[in-house]
Design a protein around this ligand. Sequence first.
Ligand code: PLP
Length: 402
Amino acid sequence: MNPHPNETSTAVSQSTGLKLPVYLDNHATTPTDPRVLEEMLPYFVGKFGNAASKGHSFGWEAEEAVRVARERVAKLIGAAPDEIVFTSGATESDNLAIKGVAELCRHKGDHIITVVTEHRAVLDSCKRLEKNGYRITYLPVQKDGLIDLNQLQSAITAKTILITVMAANNETGVLQPIAEIGKLCRERGILFHTDAVQAIGKIPFDVAKLNVDLASISAHKVYGPKGVGALYVRRQDPSVAIAPQIDGGGHEHGMRSGTLNVPGIVGLGKACEIAGEELPHESCRVAGLRNRLKDRILALGDIYVNGSLDHRLPGNLNVSFGRVDGQSLIMGLTDVAVSSGSACSSARTDASHVLVALGVEDELAQSSIRFGIGRFNTLEEIDFVADRVTETVHQIRDLSLT
Ligand SMILES: *Cc1c(COP(=O)(O)O)cnc(C)c1O
């Protein structure tokens, strides 16, 4: 549902000069960085070759661009270039990792462990496997959103072939103990997949240090274009084999057939290069903005931060507003593009499965907002949003008193 159907394009605030609405939904998608777009553009018209064409310079040019991009993606996560499989995005990467391992390891076991707060691409891939006879354990999370490692350990059976736990949650920004899970998986000889979409480029992420065997990446969450992503597949200690889910010309070591999206892949590569270079100072800057917004909002009183503040992405703030009707809040926050913790489905509103898993009661889940701060947000924008939230919450609370 779009609560602001008449607002189609940006306006400029007369009092502040800010472009409105202010975009604070960077977990949903990020704008393409102009430096990324610039790198992509030649590959649409002039350098349009098929990277699989071996007989002429058009193909070689495209192949070379893909090679550079593969190196850049690999470098960001501490992988080797030949461990990167390009896909159409993280939904496909999650499907490929989970179904690909399940299919190929069927003789070893039929049990997979995941977590209730995972992205739908992971949960629904697991549900599909469940229908096909696999057994899935959906681990609960604690009040702070983190899994209990002892519970994970207890869930492992002799038939467990895969553990899939996301690195950073897309709603709460909560970071799971990936290094500890990786160590456990390595000791037990179980493959470890992580949906690393929200973590990549935002916090340090190294597949070697973390003992990750498979990791999903999406370009449009790191200032790259939509419709392109990657799956990291470990090739050494152990060499991981997965069954392809898309058959055809045998591209990407046969793991993902289909003519490569060369401009998209070039964009993903450039986005990863920039993210790696800027991560150290950018994560501090964004955390500073987040903390400023958090302090302003907490000052309103009767505010509840959803998920651990200590184990959290720097750019995420997810809060519930006490004594505030969620619908009124979102409607009141014109000029601010954020997500709420409820999804409108025809008649009724469903609280987010992530907040429900954290034990957030229904009313507070309905009045929750996810603020996702990113590369292009400024201090002025954060102060504007804090002002608007403060005004709106006061208005709603004052009205409900009368
Ligand atoms: C956005 C997102 C996805 C899906 O990525 P697409 O590239 O849009 O398919 C998967 N997992 C997480 C955690 C996400 O945030």
